[in-house]
Design a protein around this ligand. Structure first.
Ligand SMILES: C[S@@+](CC[C@H](N)C(=O)[O-])C[C@H]1O[C@@H](n2cnc3c(N)ncnc32)[C@H](O)[C@@H]1O
Length: 321
């Protein structure tokens, strides 16, 4: 009798293990399809675009956005000293592209530094919010609704001294096409600045676990259930909802290896490519020509804690910090 029970128990255990393996394989397959660097599957690309459109409508306020008084009054300094590490006297009067402008926090900061702004996003809600944010700035502005994958042709041959893209290209349907377009928009003596999710911040196994949570979040039936999910992750702090929505809602959420991006940029003529912050996410400043005057305006690399490490202590099980 006991032997029989042990056999049944082992059999169930073996079956469960094999089922889990199969489910894990399915998730892995789906993960790879969604995060293909050349082209994510169409369905997820549409979902990702809509997800951000919702984000700017549902959660326009929060920490590190323009509704955060600390962020708004410090964003120009943050860009100058922590992100670009290029002194403001170089930025003033330059032609700047904010690629994937969201609700305008960086466009606003860059405009405060005197940049003439072109703001692009795939979502009209983002363009509208950025237009509103720039109303109080005294610089030239231009707005373009476009996916980054085809933005260069929409901008009719214009080139930029600075192309700034914070947290966008890893969400695009085609990472390669989008980055290629951004490279082509930088003037011969210009700069490209990118913030991208880094693979070294989160290993593949944990990333697939996060991907499972993302799918679970997207399968929740009602808006109320989704809000409850995010509020739980935020430990009840509404100011974190925008950031958390960014993490759990858009299905395309790639993590990049620095060497892949560095080689990509070097192949497209960038002579000086650097990670300009010691952090496992990718903060990349790339200059097309080593002879460019911008190099004379570089500032020293800042040390941690960085601006985004302010007040994240209350977040529960979140993968930023
Ligand atoms: C994480 S948000 C970042 C917004 C802004 N850069 C910031 O840091 O606040 C990503 C933005 O990229 C936009 N986006 C996503 N896919 C895009 C694409 N293929 N082309 C252009 N914009 C895209 C979204 O609409 C969203 O506004």
């Amino acid at each position: 009798m006991l032997k029989k029970l042990v056999r049944i128990y082992r059999d169930i255990k073996r079956r469960l293990k094999s089922q889990r393996q199969q489910t894990d394989n399915l998730y892995k397959l789906l993960y790879n399809m969604v995060h293909d660097l050349e082209e994510s599957v169409n369905l997820t690309a549409a979902q990702t675009a809509v997800s951000f459109s919702d984000q700017w409508k549902k959660f326009p306020d929060g920490d590190f956005l323009l509704s955060d008084p600390w962020f708004k009054s410090n964003v120009a300094d943050i860009i100058e000293k922590e992100e670009l590490q290029i002194s403001r006297d170089w930025i003033k009067g330059k032609k700047v592209l904010d690629a994937g402008c969201g609700n305008g926090r960086w466009s606003y900061g860059l405009a405060q530094l005197g940049g003439n702004m072109t703001c692009v996003d795939i979502n009209q809600s983002a363009i509208d919010a950025t237009k509103e944010a720039l109303k109080e700035c005294n610089v030239e502005t231009q707005f373009q609704l476009s996916p980054l994958e085809t933005v260069a042709e929409k901008l009719n041959g214009q080139k930029f001294d600075l192309v700034y893209s914070w947290g966008v290209v890893h969400h695009c349907q085609s990472f390669n096409k989008s980055l290629n377009q951004l490279c082509s928009l930088v003037k011969d003596d210009g700069v490209l600045f990118l913030y991208l999710y880094g693979r070294e911040r989160l290993n593949m196994i944990d990333d697939i676990e996060l991907f499972k949570e993302r799918i679970a979040y997207n399968l929740l039936d009602t808006e109320a259930e989704k809000l409850k999910f995010l509020m739980k992750k935020a430990n009840g702090d509404k100011k974190k909802l925008n950031m958390l929505h960014d993490y759990y809602s858009p299905l395309i959420n790639r993590r990049l290896d620095y060497n892949y991006v560095r080689e990509f940029l070097e192949e497209r003529g960038f002579e000086l490519v650097e990670r300009n912050k010691k952090h496992p996410e990718l903060f990349i400043r790339a200059v097309k020509s080593k002879k460019s005057d911008v190099i004379n305006h570089f500032l020293p690399e800042p040390k941690a804690p960085f601006w985004f490490q302010r007040d994240l202590g209350s977040l529960k099980k979140i993968y930023v910090k």
